[in-house]
Each structure stands twice: as structure tokens, then as C-alpha cells.
Design a protein around this ligand. Structure first.
Ligand SMILES: [Zn+2]
Length: 394
């Protein structure tokens, strides 16, 4: 019997399989047409008296040459070739030596660049099946990361330029009437962090979405001086020491010596002096400690980078960029919440509220930059004494 007689006379389309990317990319894809490795893997089986033969076609409509693979018996076969972006179709027919329409099962797997993009399972009286599908960059590829983009977890810095009263916080009004303070907003994400951009991009080499976030995220803080709590002798910069009157210069000398300790002590019976540059140095030392010591500890204890590494989506998991962004945002905010929690713990650890005395070390008055300024002012005051020809020690 010639083999042509074995073919089903009437082709019955048992199943029409249409394979397309789940979600067509609505944005224009500016990437150039690219070459892909396309592979169709076919596995079939049937009853023992069912002999299957099949043809597998690949057709590129822009180039209608056909690749035909013939195989003689049941089992598996595959066709692979390099193809450009475009629409392709396959057509597979089955014939049966003894009688038509025997039950068979068929599995077609379509791989694009070694990534399985579709699996089609058919069972039944399969006689002929065909499908159309697109071979083009996966929908995620239009959101591809720049070639040189490498994910880096962000670093954190303090922006202490927020003024007294920002977000209804004004420590100057406290009963202690401080001359200055450093306060960092750690209560919630919205007030703690300045706006930053969080984006996602698709790394096609790894078939993973990646988080793209600003290199540096700023934490809001108030580092400020309480102008209203200062006395009548305010020295804002060292040159102003040269204007101190002879009546007050000895009081200024007593005052600057009080700056060597914390709390800055004021001697009874002497005029008070507020050297605001020194206050600034003190508060900035708090800010620096927060940035260079407390943030790294909190990043580590909150597992910040590890929490971000949990972001692990492939294009198959998710190909709608808005959904990916939403997931990235959720994960990132979660990591920020944990970071804030550890920062609050760190603040309470270093500045226990039940220890109002606070150690000199914690209070930064002995910080090198602070004491350097105290010495500088003391020297300038002594120079002024000389100018005025006044001996404060007699
Ligand atoms: Zn302090």
C-alpha cells in the first residue's frame, strides 16, 4: 500500500492552537528585529496499533521557504533554527496504518532562546494540528535594562536641612529650651524618606526583572539651632569675637571654657555667650554619627539588602510592567519599614530616653570638630583680650 493511502483522506482539524504571547506589548518596541533560536519539541504517543507519522513545518511569512521534517514513527522529534522576529506557523499531521482516528496524545513545546514559551497538549483523535505563534523578543524585553546597568542596593544619607517646625516638629519649644538639636524622622516611610524613584527593568540575560532605584536615598532630619532660645550675646562666626567689648571679653572667656564640657555650662554671675558655630558643629556631629554609624548598623540588622534580593521575577512570572513595579514597590517599602524599625532601636540604644544625663561621648561635645572650634574661639578671645589690653586673670 503506497504510503499516500495511509494518510487521512479528509483532514480534520481536531484542534486549532493559537499561540501568542499572553500580553501583547502595547508600547512601541524600538528595539531592532533580532535573531532568535527557535525550537519545537514534539512528543507523541498512541496505542500500539497506532503508527504515527508527522510533518512539521516552520514557515516564516516574510520568507516562505519551508523546513520540513519527516519522521517515521512515534516518539519524539525536534526542529530548531535561527529565525528573526516574526510570525511562524507549524502544521503537524498524523496518519494511522490501520484505521483513522485512533486516540493519540501529543505534546508540543516551543522554545525561544532556550526559554519555554508555550506547551500544547492534545489528546484525542488527532489527525492534524497546527498553530500560529509569534517569535519575537518577550514582552519584557522592551523594558530591558541598559546594557551596563548593574543593580546596586541604595545607600542612605541624611538631609538635615529641614527647618524647625517641619512636619509639626519643633524641639526648640521643649521645656529644656535647647540651643540646637538634631532630630531625624523615623516614624513612617512617608515622612522619613525624601521622594526617590523606584523603577524596574528587565535583564534578558538572566530572565529576571531587576529593581532600579536611586543610588542614594535621603532621610529627613532637622539639624537646627534654636534662635529664640539664645541669649543676648550671640556669636555666629569667629570674626565677631573681635567686636566683643572690653566689658564683656572676660565673660566671653569664662563662657568658652564652659563649652569644653557637656552640658555646656554657664557660670553664675557672668554674661552668657552663644557661639552658634559650635552648636552647629555639635549637632552636625550627631548627624554624622547617625549617617556613618547608625545607618550601617540598621541596614545590617534589618537585612535590608537580603530583603531586596527576594525580588525574583522572571518574564514568565510577570510581564506587565505595572504589576512588576507594584511588586517591587511593596518589597522595597517592606525593606524600608524594617530599616526604620532598626534605626529607631538604634536611636533608643544610643540615646536611651531613661538616661536624661546622657554621656559626654553620646552628646558629641567632645567630638574633635567641636573641641577644635572651642579651642579656636578661645584663642581668638585671648587675642581680643590682648588687643583690648585686658588681663582677665587678675
Ligand atoms: Zn547633643
Amino acid at each position: 500500500m503506497p504510503i499516500s493511502n495511509l494518510l487521512f483522506g479528509q483532514v480534520v482539524i481536531k484542534e486549532r492552537v493559537k499561540v501568542e504571547p499572553k500580553i501583547e506589548n502595547k508600547q512601541s518596541n524600538l528595539r531592532k528585529e533580532s535573531l532568535h533560536l527557535l525550537e519545537l519539541k514534539l512528543t507523541w504517543s498512541g496505542n500500539s496499533d497506532v503508527c504515527l507519522t508527522g510533518q512539521l513545518y516552520k514557515r516564516d511569512y516574510s520568507n516562505p521557504a519551508l523546513d520540513v521534517v519527516l519522521f517515521a514513527s512515534g516518539g519524539s522529534a525536534s526542529l530548531s533554527s535561527n529565525v528573526f522576529d516574526g510570525m511562524y506557523s507549524y502544521s503537524i499531521g498524523f496518519s494511522n496504518i490501520n484505521s483513522s482516528g485512533r486516540v493519540a496524545s501529543l505534546k508540543i513545546e516551543i522554545y525561544r532562546d532556550n526559554v519555554l514559551i508555550e506547551t500544547i497538549n492534545s489528546t484525542g483523535k488527532i489527525q492534524r494540528t497546527w498553530g500560529i505563534f509569534w517569535v519575537k523578543a518577550p514582552p519584557c524585553a522592551s523594558h530591558a535594562c541598559d546594557d551596563n546597568y548593574i543593580y546596586q542596593p541604595p545607600t542612605f544619607e541624611v538631609n538635615g536641612n529641614y527647618p524647625n517646625g517641619y512636619n509639626n516638629f519643633n524641639h526648640c519649644d521643649d521645656s529644656k529650651k535647647p540651643q540646637g538639636y538634631f532630630y531625624v524622622f523615623l516614624n513612617d516611610i512617608e515622612t522619613a524618606f525624601e521622594p526617590f524613584t523606584l523603577d524596574v527593568c528587565y535583564n534578558s540575560n538572566r530572565d529576571k526583572w531587576q529593581i532600579k532605584v536611586d543610588n542614594n536615598i535621603k532621610i529627613r532630619a532637622i539639624t537646627d539651632i534654636c534662635i529664640n532660645n539664645l541669649g543676648s550675646n550671640v556669636i555666629t562666626k569667629i570674626e565677631e569675637v573681635d567686636n566683643i567689648s572690653k566689658e564683656l571679653i572676660c565673660d566671653a572667656l569664662v563662657a568658652i571654657k564652659g563649652y569644653k564640657k557637656y552640658p555646656v555650662s554657664q557660670s553664675m554671675g557672668f554674661a552668657n555667650f552663644d557661639f552658634t558655630e559650635i552648636f552647629w558643629a555639635h549637632e552636625l556631629a550627631h548627624q554624622t554619627e547617625f549617617e556613618t554609624e547608625m545607618i550601617p548598623v540598621a541596614l545590617s540588622y534589618s537585612n535590608f539588602n537580603k530583603n531586596l534580593a527576594l525580588f525574583n521575577l522572571s518574564c514568565n512570572d510577570e510581564n506587565d510592567i505595572n504589576d512588576v513595579k507594584e511588586e517591587a514597590n511593596e518589597l522595597f517599602n517592606n525593606a524600608l519599614e524594617k530599616l526604620l524599625e532598626q534605626l529607631r532601636i538604634e536611636v533608643h540604644f544610643r540615646y536611651p530616653s531613661n538616661n536624661p544625663g546622657r554621656t559626654l561621648k553620646n552628646e558629641k561635645q567632645n567630638h574633635l570638630k567641636v573641641q577644635y572650634l572651642v579651642d579656636k574661639y578661645e584663642i581668638r578671645i585671648k587675642k581680643r583680650m590682648k588687643e583690648l589690653n585686658i588681663n582677665c586673670y587678675k
